[in-house]
Design a protein around this ligand. Structure first.
Ligand code: SAM
Length: 260
């Protein structure tokens, strides 16, 4: 069962994400545990400092290596004592930074299926590089933008992992249809009413979805996924093709679109 240990200055920013909706069920179903390591608890001195001015000058503050290293060491000890590291293997230490590897469903799946990780959330202008060099196994980015702290990145990762835990989604097949699970974006979905009167006119549901012909419906979904992915993310089509994930029918469909 994956166990996540979160080192953060503001764990209270992450906790609500795991108290609502689908993610709330993950710990309840026993598949997933999260433990919190508030950084101030590992800081020293009257002011419990966790940051200081950067050497060489420059704007803002930098997170001190020592409190982070103490929090990670405490998390490691607790994991060992709880038997959360089968085979004595240490869980990876994952830190969040715009300079990291972009978070994707493959990494989420890897973390969801393993024994978890220790997540380190940065703040201020970032973390003393020596802590990263000494302790961090993987740096992860949410994307090409800057947020104020790693807590939101950790919340995103934990939510994505939680919904992959067995039993968490009411329909166990639904994450297999999610975008990226089969290497493609998920195509359009429709619900009632069959004809919706929009501001711009009547909009019926595509006929095929009302046909009851499951094979035709499955093929339609596949082709909608292929179409959307070819238009929006041709890089994903290239990757899927290289890994042998497109069959002759898919290739014929893509040729018909004129995008490949
Ligand atoms: N000065 C840093 C830079 O330009 O790369 C940004 C620091 S940011 C204000 C503070 C913290 O937020 C970072 O240490 C990191 O933990 C987190 N953070 C900001 N943007 C992020 C992103 N795109 N992905 C993951 N974490 C991010």
């Amino acid at each position: 069962m994956p166990r996540f240990d979160v080192v953060a200055l503001f764990p209270e920013l992450i906790q609500p994400v795991l108290q609502h909706g689908v993610a709330r069920r993950a710990p309840e179903l026993g598949g997933f545990e999260v433990h919190w390591w508030p950084l101030r608890d590992h800081a020293e001195g009257t002011y419990r400092r966790v940051d200081d001015r950067p050497f060489g000058g420059g704007p803002g503050m930098v997170m001190l290596a020592d409190p982070l290293a103490r929090a990670v060491a405490a998390a490691r000890t607790a994991r060992r004592q709880a038997g959360s590291e089968p085979g004595g293997e240490s869980a990876p230490v994952v830190s969040f930074t715009p300079a990291g590897r972009p978070l994707d469903q493959a990494l989420v799946g890897q973390l969801a299926g393993g024994s978890g990780a220790i997540l380190v959330c940065g703040r201020y202008e970032g973390v003393d590089q020596r802590f990263i060099d000494a302790e961090v196994d993987l740096e992860v980015s949410l994307g090409d933008f800057v947020i104020s702290g790693g807590e939101l990145a950790a919340a995103v990762l934990l939510d994505a992992v939680a919904r992959l835990q067995p039993g968490v989604l009411h329909d166990p097949g639904s994450h297999q249809q999610d975008s990226f699970s089969d290497g493609l974006l998920e195509g359009p979905r429709y619900t009632r009413p069959e004809r919706w009167s929009s501001r711009t006119g009547e909009r019926p549901v595509p006929d095929v979805l009302l046909s009851g012909d499951h094979a035709r419906i499955a093929r339609w979904h596949r082709e909608q996924s292929l179409r959307l992915t070819a238009v929006r993310r041709p890089d994903l089509i290239d990757r899927l093709r290289a890994s042998g994930g497109l069959d002759a029918r898919d290739e014929a469909f893509l040729r018909g679109l004129g995008t490949s």
